[in-house]
Design a binder for this molecule. Structure first.
Ligand SMILES: [Zn+2]
Length: 216
């Protein structure tokens, strides 16, 4: 058995560390606590965005976003502003005063996963939901790669006039429409629909759309 003069110190230090980690667990520090909220112009938002709002926001994003992150949370920044941040939009019967623009970003450079969406706060329930979508979808590396694969394939189908091609997501044979005024590539199982309109005479690109199915 070893007795050293330093043992008491070591013991004291250990206790200190344990206490510290218990405090951390108690406060449930969240990566989302660092989101920059505001500044707000209206009194309504300056009052609304308090401690309850902030902790509900962190909990909401932990539940909805954290499981989607694949680049880690060490490099994170986020901000939240009101979509309609003027007192004239914030009357008692306003339908827009609780809409916020959320912007978050994980990782950096080529390995960046991000989201910019509007979310709506429900003060009665102290909870949030997306304004338009069913759920918040992080633009993950996997989703970026998938969108690139779709774009590349559609370009090839057009440039090389391929009569048929398979979906890069589910490998089903794609539906291809190749007419003077419209070019469209669609996955019959619904992974994506890509189309663009072109000038029927010159063949010049006018405008296009890419719809990608939301995951369940
Ligand atoms: Zn498909």
């Amino acid at each position: 058995m070893r007795t050293s003069p330093g043992q008491g110190d070591v013991f004291g230090w250990t206790v200190l560390l344990i206490t510290h980690s218990l405090v951390d667990v108690d406060m449930t520090n969240s990566v989302f606590d660092s989101i920059q909220c505001g500044p707000f112009k209206s009194d309504y938002h300056r009052t609304a965005v308090g401690q309850d709002f902030r902790s509900a926001l962190s909990k909401y994003l932990e539940r909805e976003l954290l499981t989607q992150v694949t680049v880690g949370t060490a490099c994170f920044k986020g901000s939240l502003v009101a979509s309609y941040d003027e007192d004239r939009y914030c009357g008692p019967r306003s339908l827009v005063r609780d809409i916020y623009k959320l912007s978050v970003e994980f990782g950096s450079g080529q390995r960046k996963e991000s989201l910019r969406k509007e979310i709506v706060y429900d003060a009665n329930k102290n909870s949030f939901k997306p304004r338009r979508e069913k759920k918040l979808l992080l633009w993950t590396l996997a989703r970026q790669a998938q969108a690139r694969a779709i774009e590349d394939l559609v370009k090839r189908v057009d440039a090389e006039q391929l009569p048929s091609a398979n979906c890069p997501v589910c490998d089903t044979n794609l539906l291809i429409t190749n007419e003077p005024a419209i070019f469209a590539v669609t996955c019959p199982t619904g992974c994506f629909q890509h189309d663009y309109h072109r000038d029927p005479k010159s063949g010049d690109f006018l405008h296009g759309h890419l719809f990608v199915r939301e995951p369940e």
